[in-house]
Design a protein around this ligand. Structure first.
Ligand code: ZN
Length: 424
């Protein structure tokens, strides 16, 4: 080989090495691009409950999420909109595509038609790699919300009649191959969830921070400012499904109840319920005393993790007195499809008749109340007629006693002087 050829080969070799290295360096420096989409806006208010309007809450949480995410290195964060405008779902997805987004996080709050549902949920695309990415993020997001105390309604897909993703933002993003999820933080209209958003700005900030933390973990980000390094964070491995991941449309397979005990004096019954869903998980249960005409509020069904549930649960309830009870329960699955249990007939329990023996503790307590005398009562002592009479009686008694004493001493003196007179 000539000297020239050897030189060319060496030159080619070093060029390839340089090109490869620069590409790796370049790739490593490629920042993560995140688009946050505050749900609704403008005329489109979203859910409304009492003084709360969803579009406003979504925007506040979105801004806090952006603020927190920007504390991490190597990330660029955009909001689809910052003004109060009604942006189409297509425009939001296209905005993310234009920005070359690695993910779009769509933020929402929920409310239910019957105001009976509570908890947090993440909706994800139903197909392929986008499903896998959605699920992987949602798993982290769900843990963030559960750690805060919110009840997990699950990570789910939902389809429209055409078998496409039901939620427009997921459908539009999937068309453009942008990974996306829709986060429903909690239900505005349920007592179980109100404590997580109604106490003001700090709570919305907390939700935004947790959304950001989930994203930071997902992308393995680092923050010197926060002194956090998620670069070794291990995500749950999720394999991209071949077909469409369909929601569970069928009711739970098992929903059975058995009465373990009945306390005739208190009306308390202990019920063991068996419930199981082959396709998803049991989410809630509820019970009825009148054969299913009216039901209790939905109750949490015990679940060790969000996508598992225990096959049975024992609970106590107090049945109303003086009426025949037709006890029945319902098991709800993660997709809000429910199955009624068998019925248990309970004879009317008469209300306790021994009212006389009911301790009068309350009355006694009221009699010996320890209310301190206030100034008015002290100065007003003589204003009370009863007190004046008491005072008069005391004075008269004292006068009578003094008169009696004087009379007795006078009688004694008189007797003494009589004796002395006799002696003389
Ligand atoms: Zn919404």
């Amino acid at each position: 080989m000539s000297k020239r050829n050897t030189f060319i080969i060496y030159l080619l070799f070093f060029s390839v090495i340089l090109w490869f290295k620069s590409d790796i360096v370049c790739f490593a420096n490629e920042p993560v691009i995140v688009v946050i989409d505050p749900g609704h806006g403008g005329e489109n208010l979203g859910a409304q409950y009492e003084k709360y309007t969803e579009k406003e809450l979504n925007m506040i949480v979105a801004k806090y999420m952006k603020e927190e995410l920007e504390k991490y290195e190597n990330i660029i964060v955009y909001l689809t909109h910052t003004d109060d405008v009604d942006m189409s779902l297509k425009d939001r997805a296209e905005f993310a595509k234009e920005k070359n987004a690695d993910f779009l996080f769509c933020l929402h709050f929920n409310a239910s038609v019957h105001q009976n549902l509570f908890g947090t949920e993440v909706w994800i695309p139903s197909k392929g790699e986008l499903y896998a990415k959605g699920y992987q993020f949602a798993e982290i997001q769900m843990q963030q919300m559960q750690d805060l105390g919110l009840y997990s309604r699950g990570i789910k897909t939902k389809l429209n009649d055409n078998g496409q993703d039901y939620y427009g933002i997921l459908r539009q993003c999937s068309k453009l191959d942008v990974p996306s999820v829709l986060i429903e933080h909690c239900h505005l209209d349920h007592d179980m969830d109100k404590p997580f958003y109604q106490k003001g700005d700090a709570q919305l900030m907390e939700l935004g921070k947790r959304d950001a933390t989930a994203a930071a973990k997902y992308f393995g980000l680092k923050s010197d400012e926060l002194n956090i390094d998620y670069s070794n964070y291990e995500k749950v491995p999720v394999i991209a499904p071949d077909g469409i991941v369909k929601p569970d449309k069928t009711e739970p397979e098992i929903s059975q109840i058995e009465m373990l005990s009945l306390d005739n004096s208190t009306g308390e019954i202990t019920v063991k319920m068996n419930a199981f869903d082959n396709d998803s998980y049991i989410l809630y249960y509820m019970y009825s005393f009148d054969g299913g005409k009216t039901y209790s509020d939905l109750q949490k069904w015990p679940r060790p993790v969000w996508n598992q549930s225990f096959p049975d649960h024992t609970f106590k309830v107090t049945v109303p007195f003086d009426q025949e009870i037709d006890f029945v329960a319902c098991a709800y699955n993660g997709f809000d499809v429910w199955k009624e249990s068998n019925h248990i007939q309970i004879d009317a329990i008469s209300s306790p008749q021994n009212e006389e023996s009911i301790p009068t503790a309350k009355v006694i307590y009221e009699e010996i109340s320890y209310e301190p005398l206030n100034d008015y009562e002290i100065s007003g002592f003589f204003d009370s007629e009863k007190n004046l009479l008491l005072l008069a009686v005391s004075i008269i008694s004292m006068i009578i006693i003094i008169i009696l004493c004087v009379m007795v001493s006078m009688i004694i003196k008189l007797q003494k002087s009589n004796k002395q007179m006799k002696k003389k």
